[in-house]
Every structure is written in structure tokens, then in C-alpha cells.
Design a protein around this ligand. Structure first.
Ligand code: CA
Ligand code: CA
Ligand code: CA
Length: 304
């Protein structure tokens, strides 16, 4: 009997509970499917959050260095300009002026004291290029850059040694890259006017001579403007409301032949009409970049 009273009382309480919960429904919104939502649904995920990116313009002086160069490192300085339409999405451009430094491989091949040094004087009887032939075929990248869309999927706070709490975000970028490639092979070294093709016979009326099959005297064909793909990933570490450390790895991918040599071993430099192959090929140029991002306006808004 007591049990029945207890049960009735509990039932009554639960009904009262339901009724009082229903009373609060006046403040709830409802989805088209009839699902009830409370006021938190339309609220900000984080209140009073500093809006470090949204509607801000980013100006970032930066330093860049190649990390996968075979023959010549490119190191240089430039600027990144970016507009953040939202916390997630931004558009930008980057441009860098660079200077070239020989890699360790090149030093091994040209250093007079190196045991693997190339031949001193041009000898067309050997496949090996001379030091001068080799160096004159290398190209450099005085200018490179990109235009891109950037996505910032993650942001948060980083606690360092339980002392410093800094805001950070990770971003990924994709777009188009461009570069200006430079080289200078004098005509006394790059003397072959028609690489891979039969040469006219100096004797009048004589048959054409076969190709010289010597790529070391061919023009390197690795200079001029290039366009291709751009991919990057990086992070901002905010030092205050408007300054952030900007670290990234960028890939400028475009057609290139950094050695200017016969890469595909068909004994000349240039496009092979029979195979369609070219010694220029789609190459990734990876750079590490470090810069200081300055955000404008320098004052920030917060979520309510
Ligand atoms: Ca040689
Ligand atoms: Ca040749
Ligand atoms: Ca070739």
C-alpha cells in the first residue's frame, strides 16, 4: 500500500517536473523538424572571445629559405598580404625576392680541393661536363610568389610551461604560384644552335651531320616566367592583439630544370619530339618561411 502511495507521489512529481519544463518552452525555438532547441543553440560558442582574424587585414614581412634545393638554395625576403573575411576564410598574395647559394652538392662538384670535382677543361669526348659547363647551366629564382585562398580550421590557446597563454591558429593555403627563373649561359659554352637535331654539313652539298649527342653545349632552357600550383600550411602564434609570429612551409610547384642539364638522358636538352619528354618537369620547390604578421585594425573586437 505504502509502495502505491510512493509511486503515485513520484508520478505526480515527474508530471509537475514535466509541466514546469514545458512552461520554459516558451523561450525555446523549434527546428523545422519539430526538434526543440534551447537558447544556447543560437548563442556564441565562446563568449568574449577575441576576434583575432575576422575582418582583419594581415601584413606580414617574412623570410624564406628553400628546404629541398638540389643545386642552389634560394633565401630571401618578401611580404604576405592577406584579408580575413571570417575566422575560417581569407584570401592573399605573397611575393619574395631571393638570392641563390650553392648547395653542398655543387660545392663537392666544383670545389678545387674536392675529390669529386668535375673536369677542369671542356672535353667533348667525355659525358661529364666541365666545371664551367656545369655552373653555367644552373638557374636561380630571383622572384617567386603566389595568390591563394586560406582556410583556418583550428584556433585555440597554447599554454607554455604553465606560464604563458598565447592564442594560435593553424591554416592551410592553396592557389597559383609564379616564379621568375634566371640563368646565363654564354654562347661559347652553350654553342649548340639546334640540340638533338642533325647539323648542316660545312662542306657544300654534303649530307647533314648527325646530332652531336653532347648535352653539355646545349642551352639550358630553364629561364623565364613560370606559373603553377601553390600549397602551404602554417600557424600564427599571437604575441598580442595585433602581432603574431607566422611560421609556414610553402610549396611552389612549377615546371623547372634546376641543373639545366640533360635530365632524361636522351643526349640533348629540350623537348624530345619523339617521346614528348622535356628536361623541364613539374617540380616542387619547398620553402620554410618565418615572418611577423601585423593585423589591421590593431584593436580587436570580441564576441558578445
Ligand atoms: Ca666533357
Ligand atoms: Ca649538343
Ligand atoms: Ca634531354
Amino acid at each position: 500500500m505504502t509502495k502505491h502511495y510512493l509511486f503515485a507521489a513520484l508520478l505526480g512529481l515527474s508530471l509537475v517536473g514535466t509541466a514546469s519544463a514545458d512552461d520554459k518552452d516558451n523561450s525555446k525555438t523549434t527546428t523545422p523538424g519539430g526538434r526543440r532547441l534551447n537558447s544556447l543553440h543560437n548563442d556564441y560558442a565562446v563568449r568574449h572571445r577575441r576576434l583575432l582574424l575576422r575582418n582583419r587585414f594581415e601584413f606580414t614581412p617574412l623570410f624564406e629559405s628553400t628546404i629541398n634545393a638540389d643545386f642552389q638554395h634560394t633565401i630571401g625576403g618578401g611580404v604576405k598580404l592577406e584579408y580575413h573575411m571570417s575566422d575560417m576564410l581569407s584570401i592573399g598574395v605573397i611575393g619574395v625576392y631571393g638570392t641563390s647559394i650553392h648547395t653542398g652538392l655543387v660545392d663537392k662538384l666544383v670545389n678545387p680541393n674536392s675529390p669529386s670535382k668535375l673536369e677542369d677543361n671542356t672535353n667533348d669526348m667525355t659525358r661529364e661536363p666541365s666545371v664551367t659547363e656545369f655552373l653555367d647551366h644552373l638557374n636561380s629564382m630571383p622572384v617567386h610568389g603566389a595568390a591563394y585562398i586560406s582556410i583556418t580550421p583550428w584556433y585555440g590557446k597554447l599554454a607554455a610551461f604553465s606560464q604563458a597563454y598565447v592564442a594560435f591558429d593553424f591554416y592551410f593555403q592553396g592557389g597559383v604560384s609564379f616564379a621568375q627563373l634566371q640563368g646565363d649561359c654564354p654562347t661559347n659554352i652553350c654553342s649548340d644552335a639546334a640540340p638533338g637535331q642533325p647539323r648542316p654539313n660545312p662542306m657544300p652539298g654534303g649530307e647533314n651531320l648527325p646530332p652531336d649527342n653532347n648535352p653539355n653545349n646545349d642551352p639550358p632552357l630553364n629561364t623565364g616566367g613560370r606559373a603553377g600550383l601553390y600549397l602551404a600550411g602554417g600557424l600564427h602564434v599571437f604575441l598580442n592583439d595585433f602581432l603574431a609570429l607566422d611560421l609556414s612551409v610553402r610549396d611552389y610547384a612549377f615546371s623547372d630544370n634546376p641543373s639545366g642539364a640533360d635530365y632524361n638522358a636522351d643526349l640533348f636538352v629540350g623537348q624530345n619530339k619523339k617521346t614528348g619528354e622535356d628536361d623541364n618537369r613539374f617540380l616542387h620547390h619547398l620553402f620554410f618561411g618565418a615572418g611577423v604578421a601585423i593585423m589591421f585594425p590593431t584593436t580587436i573586437k570580441r564576441t558578445p
